[in-house]
Every structure is written in structure tokens, then in C-alpha cells.
Design a protein around this ligand. Structure first.
Ligand code: HMG
Ligand code: MG
Length: 284
């Protein structure tokens, strides 16, 4: 065995948030319940953002209330501000995620704030979470390219990752939001970020828009990253990132890692079942 690699399942959040059809809460719950049996330790299934901005995530509290929580699985929610944090606590999220951008254009489009303003909003969230031992994950979006600003400098990604880590985020997930990263640009970005955040605290979050997500995962693996976000069925995208179709598919990443000899602890038959369910949700 080449060692352990964790896949964080983000399909019920990043996967579904961009779907046009309003997906009934019961369908989301069924997907999360199936995923809960597949061996994931972390499933991102909620987002306490403005329903005006992302209508699909409006039922997040109902999803968290309706799922059957499996032992050893942490159910995560995105929180853009204190209001989202409080809603996530009420809904009993096991962990939360704050999200910032490495580029100003995407920051403005996604959360109507500058990078600096976003980081300021996170300070009280991290402080409150620390008091109750609630794990907080930090996302950095547009780590190689931005749909508005173009190529993003590795130093800028390192700066935002460093701030989130210093604030207390236990892990920094590096998002190639629009799937434009190449093995070369991902490597340059990771080398910069590794200089400020230990590689054991980094995760790769690749969208497969250009079909390079697996190649980018390989580069990240070679540089020591051992956690990757993925969405069953390759669902996904970000409503404020034109062209950000499709997180890399969990089933493809799991199969690839298995071929390389890594242990993900996942039941690949159940992952395939969940992928089929996710795709059916898209087509319904
Ligand atoms: P705003 O319009 O600048 O702020 O939105 P506001 O304070 O004026 O609030 C607007 C309305 O939203 C108000 O309601 C607030 O009460 C309400 P109104 O008075 O108009 O009726 N509001 C909220 N409602 C529910 N929950 C909340 C909340 N906060 C305010 N937490 C805001 C600012 C941040 C709220 C907005 O821009 C927003 O919700 N953005 C979220 C966008 C989003 O979710 N994007 C997708 C996730 S990021 C992503 O997918 C990337 C990632 O996958 C990594 C990668 O791929 O790179 C993570
Ligand atoms: Mg994403």
C-alpha cells in the first residue's frame, strides 16, 4: 500500500448548489444517507448562505435535521458570516467551512466583499468556534485562475491560506474553482502554499472543467497532499464562477487512487450507487 488518502465528499453541497431544478430535501437526505454508509469521514452537505444568492441550499437546516448520522462521520456546512455560523450551530453541523478567494474579482462576485473584508468576517467565527471546539475548515478559491481576473499569483494564494491557517482553520482546501489549473500551475501554487502551511494541513479541491483534475491530483500527491475533495457523479460548479461545471467525480478519484495503491477506506460499490443516485437527481 502506498498509504492513506482521504476523499472529502462535497457532492451534497458543491455538487448540488449549482443545479437548476429545486431538489427536494428528501432527495438530498437520501443521497447523504447513502454516502454515510460508503466510508467517508467528512461529508459536506449544507451551506448557510443567503437563499437569494444560492436558492438550492435553502433547505440546509432540514437536511441536517433529517439525515441519519453515522458514527465517525462529520457533517459539514459552509458559513460565510456570523449569521451562517449561528444557523449552522442550531442545525448541529459537526464542522463548518469558511470560504475566501485568492482573487478579488471572484471574491466580489461570490460574497460581495473584498478578500480583506471576507477575512475580517471570519475572525469572530473562528473565535466563537474555538470556544466550543468546533472544527473549521478554510477554503481558498481560484488558486490558479479566476473567471474575472485571469491567472492568479501563487504568492496571493499563499497569503490567503496563511491567514486562514493562522486564524485557526485546521485544514486549508485549495480550490481550482473553474478547473483551469494545469499540473504546472498547480505545482507552482502548491510549492508557494507549502512554504506557509504544512502540507499535512492542505487539501486539493479540483473542478474537472478541462479534464485535468486527475492529472492535477497526481501533482498534488507527488508534493505530499493526502486529502482531496470530490463529488459523486462529478456534479458541481459554483453559481458565481461561470464555467465551473463539475467537481472531479469521487468514483473516478477513488478508482485512480486504488490503482496507485492508496487506501481510501471507501466501499467503491456504495460510491458507485451514490454516483448513480446523484446523476439521477440531475436528470430528474
Ligand atoms: P450581501 O448581499 O452582500 O449581504 O450578501 P447582506 O448582508 O446585504 O445580505 C443580503 C441578504 O442575505 C439579507 O437578507 C441578509 O439577511 C441575508 P434581506 O435583508 O435582503 O432579506 N443573509 C443571509 N441569509 C441566510 N444566511 C446567511 C445570510 N447572510 C446574509 N448566512 C453574502 C453577502 C455573503 C450573504 C452572500 O454573498 C452569499 O450568501 N454568498 C454565498 C455565495 C455562495 O454560496 N457561493 C458558493 C459557495 S463558494 C464555492 O462554491 C467555492 C468552493 O467550492 C471552493 C472552490 O471550488 O473554489 C467552496
Ligand atoms: Mg468548489
Amino acid at each position: 500500500m502506498a498509504g492513506r488518502v482521504e476523499i472529502v465528499e462535497v457532492g451534497p453541497r458543491d455538487g448540488l448548489q449549482n443545479e437548476k431544478r429545486p431538489i427536494p430535501v428528501a432527495e438530498k437526505i437520501a443521497l447523504v444517507d447513502l454516502l454515510s454508509r460508503a466510508g467517508f469521514s467528512r461529508i459536506e452537505c449544507a451551506s448557510f448562505v443567503s437563499p437569494k444568492w444560492v436558492p438550492q441550499m435553502a433547505g440546509s437546516a432540514e437536511v441536517l435535521a433529517g439525515i441519519t448520522r453515522a458514527e465517525g462521520v462529520r457533517y459539514a456546512a459552509l458559513t460565510p458570516n456570523m449569521r451562517g455560523y449561528e444557523d449552522a450551530l442550531l442545525a448541529k453541523a459537526d464542522e463548518i467551512a469558511v470560504f475566501a478567494s485568492a482573487s478579488e474579482g471572484f471574491s466580489k462576485a461570490n460574497v460581495n466583499a473584498t478578500i480583506a473584508e471576507t477575512l475580517e468576517r471570519f475572525e469572530p467565527i473562528l473565535k466563537a468556534a474555538r470556544h466550543i471546539d468546533l472544527p473549521v475548515r478554510g477554503y481558498v478559491s481560484c488558486v490558479t485562475d479566476c473567471p474575472y481576473d485571469g491567472p492568479v499569483a501563487p504568492a496571493q494564494v499563499a497569503h490567503v491560506a496563511d491567514r486562514l491557517f493562522a486564524m485557526g482553520c485546521y485544514e486549508i482546501s485549495l480550490g481550482d474553482t473553474i478547473g483551469k489549473g494545469t499540473p504546472d500551475s498547480v505545482a507552482r501554487m502548491l510549492l508557494a502554499v507549502k512554504g506557509v502551511v504544512p502540507v499535512g494541513r492542505l487539501a486539493g479541491h479540483f473542478h474537472d472543467t478541462s479534464g485535468r483534475a486527475i492529472a492535477n491530483i497526481d501533482v498534488a500527491l507527488a508534493l505530499g497532499v493526502r486529502v482531496f475533495d470530490a463529488a459523486v457523479g462529478g456534479l458541481g460548479g459554483c453559481p458565481y464562477a461561470p464555467g465551473a461545471a463539475g467537481n472531479v467525480a469521487t468514483e473516478a478519484v477513488a478508482a485512480h487512487l486504488k490503482r496507485l495503491g492508496y487506501d481510501t477506506g471507501l466501499d467503491l460499490d456504495l460510491v458507485a450507487e451514490a454516483a448513480a443516485m446523484a446523476l439521477a437527481m440531475r436528470q430528474a
